[in-house]
Write a protein that binds this ligand. Structure first.
Ligand code: ATP
Ligand code: MG
Length: 269
C-alpha cells in the first residue's frame, strides 16, 4: 500500500484502509494523557491532558507554549523515552502500548532521532564513540564507519576523536545530531535544540536541521523561539497539557504571540 494512494484517497474522501487506520502517517496519537505520580492524588500532575494529532511524513512541526505546559513530556512520549498513562500512540503504524521494553527500544532505534537542549553526550566517550552508540545497541555492522559518515554529514569529521569537553556548545550539539541521525531515522525530535547555544551557533544548528528536513526527515521541534517556530510548516500551541491551536505556523505562532503580549500587558490585581 503506497502513501500516494492513501493521500489520494484522503483528498477524494474515499474510504481507504490506510486512511482509516491512520497507518500512512508516521505519528498518530489519540487522547494521549500523561499523569505523573498518578497513584498519589494530592501530588499528581496531569502534564499531558488528553490530546490527539497526527504528523505526516516529511512535515516540520513546532511545539510551542509556556513553561510547564507539557511540551517535553509530550516529546518524550513521542520519542518512546516515556510511556503515556492513557490513550494510544502509533509510531510507524505500531501501537507502542503493545510492545515490551525491548521491542520499544528497537522501534525507537529504527524510527526516532532525539536531540536534547543539553546535548546528553557521554563525557568519557569521544565524539565518534558517542555517535556509534545507537548502532552498537542495534547490532549494526560497520558501526565505526557509519559514525564517521554521520559526523562528516554534520561537518565535524575533523573532531571525531575529541572528547565532549574539548568541543564547543555548537559542536557538541552537532555531535548529538550526528548521533540522532546515524541510524537513519525518519523522525527527528528536538527539545529546545538551540536553547543552550548563542544565537549564531543556534542558527547554524537550525540550518543543519533544516537540511535534514529538506532531505526528507519528519521534524518535530519544541522551541521558545517564535522566529524558529514560524520557520517550520506547522505549529502546535500547548497550554495546560492540551493542544489549544494546531495549524500553519504563521497563523498559530502569531496568535500565540498576541495572547502572550496580552497576558504580559494585563494589569495584575
Ligand atoms: N518526572 C516528573 N515528575 C513529576 N512531575 C513532572 C515530571 N516531569 C515534569 N513534570 C511536571 O509536568 C508538567 C509539564 O512539564 P514539562 O517538562 O513537560 O513542561 P515543558 O512545557 O517542557 O516546560 P519548559 O518549557 O519549562 O521546558 C510540569 O508541571 C512539570 O512540573
Ligand atoms: Mg521542556
Amino acid at each position: 500500500m503506497t502513501p500516494g494512494l492513501a493521500t489520494m484517497a484522503r483528498v477524494l474522501g474515499i474510504p481507504h484502509p490506510a486512511v482509516e487506520a491512520g497507518s500512512a502517517d508516521p505519528v498518530v496519537i489519540e487522547n494521549l494523557e500523561k499523569v505523573y505520580d498518578a497513584e498519589h492524588e494530592d501530588i499528581a500532575v496531569r502534564a499531558v491532558a488528553g490530546i490527539s494529532f497526527s504528523v505526516k511524513s516529511g512535515e516540520s512541526v513546532a511545539i510551542i507554549g509556556p513553561s510547564g505546559c507539557g511540551k517535553s513530556t509530550l516529546l518524550h512520549i513521542l520519542g518512546c523515552l516515556d510511556r503515556p498513562t492513557k490513550g494510544t500512540y502509533r509510531l510507524g503504524g505500531r501501537n507502542v502500548a503493545e510492545l515490551d521494553d525491548d521491542e520499544l527500544a528497537r522501534l525507537r532505534n529504527q524510527h526516532i532521532g532525539f536531540v536534547f537542549q543539553s546535548f546528553n553526550l557521554l563525557p568519557r566517550m569521544s565524539a565518534v564513540e558517542n555517535v556509534e552508540l545507537p548502532l552498537l545497541y542495534a547490532g549494526t555492522k560497520r558501526a565505526r564507519e557509519k559514525a564517521f559518515a554521520a559526523l562528516e554529514r554534520v561537518g565535524l569529521a575533523d573532531r571525531a576523536t575529541h572528547m565532549p569537553n574539548e568541543l564547543s556548545g555548537g559542536q557538541k550539539q552537532r555531535v548529538a545530531i550526528a548521533r540522532a541521525i546515524v541510524t537513519g531515522p525518519s523522525i527527528i525530535l528536538c527539545d529546545e535544540p538551540t536553547g543552550a547555544l548563542d544565537s549564531k551557533t543556534g542558527r547554524e544548528v537550525l540550518a543543519l536541521l533544516g537540511r535534514l528536513h529538506a532531505d526528507g526527515a519528519t521534524l518535530l521541534m519544541v522551541t521558545h523561539d517564535l522566529k524558529v517556530a514560524r520557520s517550520l510548516q506547522r505549529a502546535l500551541h500547548m497550554k495546560d497539557g492540551l493542544i489549544v491551536a494546531d495549524g500553519p505556523s504563521a497563523i498559530v505562532v502569531d496568535a500565540f504571540a498576541r495572547t502572550a503580549d496580552e497576558e504580559e500587558g494585563a494589569p495584575t490585581s
